[in-house]
Design a protein around this ligand. Structure first.
Ligand code: UDP
Ligand code: GLC
Length: 381
């Protein structure tokens, strides 16, 4: 089967990293069409996945836009649409991985007469999107998609609640190769030394810097933890959230935490960094659609605490394979950090259990098989 994948982003967010694993098995039978140039293109090339940047003109629709803005950007999209229709005719299927990709993919599927699959990586609710963007996504998915792959039950439920047809949906979690998360002790020691983390209790936060990812919650929690507790923030402001970055620095200065917090920017050695942490904290203030970082921490054997909402609740069972805390409650987060600081053995048991469950449940080979079966079934109906 030949698949044309479409993704709007030139930057490697979670949806894009997930797409790498999905496209890879198709080799030259896949093409990833991007609506922006950037480092994601290079990562795809490193994985030998065929990629083409289909436009370099910025698409102006934002997550919160009104009807007039949406219409204006649709007109702007016509040259891109013509290009995608032409390419799509050489492929069996169009696979839209993001919302703007859904808009183009839906229209292209109509004109090129190719089935459309929409991989839904978002919780389509008003917490995350404007009413207009929600309506556009649901309407196009209902009208044109043959299959909507939701990245969690939470994303599937929100899709249906917003008016999406439930019979189109299937839930498929992100897949991971457990081998990539095996880190040697010498690598851990090296990182701890490089970052001056020896002797500290390190809480890692791995996420792009954005208000809803809640880095500020962990900073607040630090004030309720003893001084050896240090936080590392791994990730960049991928989508222009510079104001938030400034706010975080101001918060740290105001709380006098300069010596207990490090910002490492975007990194590609996530497994090594996670393995060098004593705890990974996920602190999203809005429901997380899936939460790759939660599974990745488990695969590294590092205990994880996550905000109890959305897909995170499908990944973590409190006290069994990690910890859950109420979103936006720094005090509760601090209590978990302080318990982990004391109960090292219990934590090690929880982390071991999490690792073995996650290695099976999210194994990329099984997940890819699930997707392949779903795609094949579209042609056997
Ligand atoms: N990530 C990364 N480098 C960084 C920060 C994050 O490679 O500096 C990766 C992280 O390992 C995870 C992904 O980015 O695989 C983020 O996905 P997640 O589902 O957690 O959140 P998203 O940003 O997609 O909402
Ligand atoms: C999106 C979501 C994130 C999810 C990722 C992969 O970026 O925000 O929660 O883990 O897609 O499905």
């Amino acid at each position: 089967m030949k698949i044309l994948f479409l993704d709007q982003s030139g930057k490697p967010g979670g949806a894009e990293l997930c797409l790498i694993d999905i496209a890879k098995p198709y080799g030259d039978r896949a093409l990833v069409g991007l609506f922006a140039d950037g480092p994601f293109k290079n990562i795809l090339q490193q994985h030998s996945i065929p990629v083409e940047v289909l436009t370099t003109q910025a698409i102006k629709v934002r997550k919160q836009s009104n009807f007039a803005q949406a219409l204006a950007s649709l007109i702007q999209l016509i040259p891109l649409l013509i290009k995608v229709v032409k390419i799509a005719k050489q492929y069996d299927l169009i696979y839209a991985n993001t919302q703007k990709a859904l808009v183009i993919g839906a229209l292209a599927s109509f004109f090129a007469r190719r089935p459309l699959v929409y991989h839904l990586h978002d919780i389509l609710s008003q917490e995350h999107f404007s009413q207009t963007n929600l309506r556009v996504a649901i309407t196009l998915a209902n009208l044109f998609a043959s299959l909507v792959i939701a990245n969690s039950a939470a994303s599937q439920k929100a899709f249906v609640q917003a008016g999406g047809k439930s019979e189109l949906t299937a839930i498929v979690y992100n897949g991971f190769d457990p081998k990539n998360y095996q880190v040697s002790e010498s690598d851990v020691n090296k990182i701890q030394h490089q970052l001056g983390l020896e002797g500290k209790f390190v809480v890692g936060h791995f996420s792009r810097l954005a208000p809803w990812k809640g880095q500020h919650i962990l900073i607040d929690a630090l004030t309720k933890c003893p001084p050896q507790v240090t936080a590392i923030f791994v990730g960049d402001a991928l989508f222009g959230e510079q104001d938030y970055v400034q706010q975080l620095h101001q918060q740290i200065t105001a709380l006098g935490l300069e010596n207990r917090v490090k910002f490492l920017g975007f990194r590609s050695d996530i497994p090594q960094l996670m393995a060098a942490c004593n705890l990974v904290a996920h602190t999203s203030t809005a429901p997380e659609p899936f939460g790759r970082v939660i599974v990745e921490a488990m695969l590294c054997g590092t205990p994880v605490v996550a905000a109890k909402a959305g897909g995170a609740m499908e990944l973590v069972e409190h006290g069994v394979n990690g910890f859950l805390v109420t979103p936006e409650q720094p005090l509760e987060l601090a209590q978990v950090i302080n318990t982990c600081l004391q109960e090292i053995e219990i934590n090690a048991t929880i982390a071991d259990r999490a690792k073995s469950i996650a290695s099976q449940r999210f194994d990329v080979a099984t997940i890819n098989q699930q997707i392949a079966q779903l795609l094949c079934s579209l042609f056997n109906e």
